[in-house]
Design a protein around this ligand. Sequence first.
Ligand SMILES: Cc1cc2nc3c(=O)[nH]c(=O)nc-3n(C[C@H](O)[C@H](O)[C@H](O)COP(=O)(O)OP(=O)(O)OC[C@H]3O[C@@H](n4cnc5c(N)ncnc54)[C@H](O)[C@@H]3O)c2cc1C
Length: 597
Amino acid sequence: MANLHQFDVVVVGAGGAGLMAGLYASRGAKTAVISKLYPTRSHTGAAQGGISAALGNLEEDSVEWHTYDSVKGSDYLGDQDAIEFMCQEAPQAILELEHMGLPFDRTPEGKISQRPFGGHTNNVTGKPVRRACHAADRTGHMILQTLYQQCLKNKVNFFDEYQVLDLLIVEGKAAGVVAVELATGELHTFHAKAVIFATGGHGRIFEVTSNAYAYTGDGAAICLRHGLPLQDMEFFQFHPTGIYKLGILITEGVRGEGGVLINGQGERFMPKYAPTVKDLASRDVVSRAIYTEISEGRGINGKNYVYLDIRPESVKKYAALDGRTNPDGTPYTLSGEDILKKIPDIIDFCRVYLGVDPITQMMPIQPTAHYTMGGIPTNKYGEVVLDDQNTLLPGLFAAGECACVSIHGANRLGTNSLLDLVVFGKYAGLRAAEYAQNAGFAALPVEPETASRAQFEALRNGSGRENAFDIATEMKKVMFDLVGIYRSEAGMQQAVEKVRALKARYQQVRVADSGKIFNTELLNAWELGNMLEVAEVVAECALNRKESRGGHSREDYPNRDDQEWLKHTLARRQDGKLVIEYKPVTITRYQPKARVY
Ligand SMILES: Cc1cc2nc3c(=O)[nH]c(=O)nc-3n(C[C@H](O)[C@H](O)[C@H](O)COP(=O)(O)OP(=O)(O)OC[C@H]3O[C@@H](n4cnc5c(N)ncnc54)[C@H](O)[C@@H]3O)c2cc1C
């Protein structure tokens, strides 16, 4: 093994979760962070709207309200002990980011500014509450930059542009990872006492998505190949407002600042679906409403999009109708200048990609695949758990979007993901360092790189004629059309069969580039293998769950069924077959109630 490295803790991924984990682990253990992207290019940098915490800087708020909103938003599938923990930790986490130097927007008195976001409410009045802390519409960018600088300061060892291909498990314990160095094509073995996966989500399995190209579910697929379970994979969030056709996200912050959704008849339609919170209902509700408007012929000019309207005169009109006021009681308005200050990137996206100026024109939008609720099951300390008894896999941890704690349950509330990264990234890092201090290095397998090498060789030397791009395009379309916002038995059955057929064709994929240096064709083909694995599990788990809950909406089972389905799905591969087991949901204070919007 020419390229052997040894660290106490190896973190895979340098987004918000990986950097937070790396930072905390490095304080107690020799730590490396491995990332297929340069760290600040991670998808966390694309997060726009904000990070939640019940600071109550602009109006009354409480940790309890944040907890309840998140439980309700999860459609009662979130584990309430983990949600309580996250919401309690939130104010401290925000102050920590602030002290690290994160440039949050400020109120006139100098406090951290907060804006309303979907599903976050004052539990007494039911009205939206200002809970999302933000740095313009670049909150994730600022988090990523701040954490990266802190990691550099703490001398975390970075392996940038190294792609992890395999996890090493020896005698039931994590023992390290195998990665390819993109610049040279060389394989490297990282021997470690503890491994933390923070590899992000898998939204690229869908045709229209807000997710980065890197969101190919590598971490989840690697776990599947080792027979480890993935939790609640049927739940995927569709964000209501992606730029028409492109999928690029228009933050919910636009509606938080007073934007409203308008159909082809010029009507503001959300009050029909969610009379109290209206345009700020949670994402599953708004996405379904848009879908219904479009399918009933009320898209713009009968097409499959609607408008998002943040023009100052519209904001003024609808704020007056809603009785929305400023904290000092004066009527709420938003000038063109305010818009430019509060959502500059959104304005830029629309001007550049659409030639639309949101200050004077409405933005054409459609729902876009956005967030992976399911993932690698963990407890609230980031430790990977294997079954309904919460049996641990010693030395293996996961945090961020690739993990399922589960705080988001069947549907994540906006701004709770950035919070998830910071809170659970931290605890995963702390726990991993603590574990490493008390553990020895497991012996490495004799040839740790064998499996990775074999996967690459198959793609390089295949004699088939299949093209990876064509397979990817077909997979994305079938997943978006048949395992999307609305789902049905027949459609999902068709999707499962189609994905299986694509998997078979994938065996015949041939990569034309046989080079070693930055062979992106090879890596894209390898990532497609991951996406197919994950897509099949998503479709099979969705087919299996015969109810509607949160992001999982079935036309044939339109109601939530707590009797039968108030439980987490655990799915793993065994001898090529998917085995589905269940795990109870932890309920502490909030018994499931029907959702009222
Ligand atoms: C457009 C957009 C806007 C959003 N806005 C908000 C918001 O306002 N508020 C909010 O709370 N949430 C928001 N979210 C969700 C949130 O940003 C993400 O869930 C979160 O940033 C994910 O962070 P992460 O650390 O888990 O993953 P990422 O930030 O994506 O990092 C993943 C890391 O894993 C690495 N990686 C992956 N596979 C491998 C591999 N095989 N080998 C090596 N490295 C690997 C990548 O290089 C990367 O460094 C938004 C998401 C999107 C897409």
